[in-house]
Design a protein around this ligand. Structure first.
Ligand code: ATP
Ligand code: MG
Length: 286
């Protein structure tokens, strides 16, 4: 697992924000210090954390325009211990337009701004807008890996190849360390044959880059943002909450395997509930 993870997919409504907020909250529960960066002018991650987007004095837009340093734009969230937020709102659209008229280094703004603060966090998650624009580019240049949430629908694979080739281009041009963290199946309904078919194709193409954890369609996940809370704070026993805990657990386990750590894992390494939820099977579910 890389420290700075961009949650990206140019397709709208696939579960990016739900994933960014709830994965961040799941890591925070393991007592890791986590920073969630909202780089979407819709400000959904901001609202989902209970921060009123019209009230923010400094946010990601100010950071991108170099009108604020990152530290001054970060709010610790009292409701979720260990989680901090760099909020955003529609001002980010104006910031993007101004960035577009900047010539040199406009794609490096977030990356440079994070340098002085990034070591204070064990995990930094960036919630991207539904576009491959200058904002997403800033996120992908700052990130070490990309987590792609996707709904198993007919056109999903097509959009995925555009995103993967963008990632390859960014890797070749500006950010050689950028990796695919994994592809996450969201809003999954195992009764839907097409979803199972697309899911199998996904595994054929991307193999173990597809997370074993599957996020089911779950009403608790959909209603939590209206309370300004991650689902863990709304209904910690819901299938949605357990799925995101399981995802955090899967990422931490993969990380341990990759590093080849021999020490016995502390109970904090796997979030509570993650084992219970378990990684769901890759086999099509009928
Ligand atoms: P955008 O592209 O607009 O930023 P997004 O990719 O961030 O969208 P979300 O906002 O996370 O997608 O999700 C879209 C909608 O689907 C929201 O209303 C959200 O509450 C709902 N949703 C997301 N995941 C689930 C789920 N697993 N079960 C039920 N509803 C979900
Ligand atoms: Mg979103």
């Amino acid at each position: 697992m890389k420290r700075i993870i961009a949650v990206a997919n140019q397709k709208g409504g696939v579960g990016k924000t739900t994933t960014a907020v709830n994965l961040a909250a799941s890591f925070a529960l393991t007592r890791r210090r986590v920073l969630l960066i909202d780089i979407d002018p819709q400000g959904n991650a901001t609202m989902g954390c209970g921060v009123e987007k019209s009230q923010i004095s400094r946010g990601t837009g100010d950071v991108l325009l170099e009108e604020s340093d990152a530290a001054s734009a970060i709010l610790p969230l009292e409701s979720v211990p260990g989680l901090s937020l760099m909020p955003s709102n529609q001002d980010l659209t104006a910031a993007e337009v101004r960035l577009l008229t900047t010539m040199a280094g406009r794609e490096l703004r977030l990356r440079n701004a994070l340098k002085p603060v990034q070591d204070q966090y064990e995990v930094i998650i960036i919630d991207c807008p539904p576009a491959l624009n200058m904002l997403t580019l800033n996120a992908l240049v700052a990130a070490q890996s990309v987590l792609i949430p996707m709904q198993c629908e007919y056109y999903a694979l097509e959009g995925l190849s555009a995103l993967v080739s963008t990632i390859d281009q960014i890797k070749a041009a500006v950010n050689p360390e950028l990796e695919l963290e994994g592809i996450l199946r969201t809003m999954f309904d195992p009764r839907n044959n097409l979803a199972n078919e697309v899911s199998s194709q996904l595994i054929q193409v991307f193999g173990d880059k597809v997370f074993r954890t599957i996020v089911p369609r779950n009403v608790r996940l959909a209603e939590a943002p209206s309370f300004g809370k991650p689902v863990l704070q709304h209904d910690k026993d819901s299938r949605g909450a357990l799925a995101y805990l399981a995802l955090a657990g899967e990422m931490l386990r993969k990380d341990d395997e990759a590093v080849g750590e021999s020490e016995v894992a502390s109970p904090l390494d796997t979030p509570p509930g993650a084992e219970a939820a378990g990684a769901e099977s890759d086999r099509p579910l009928n």
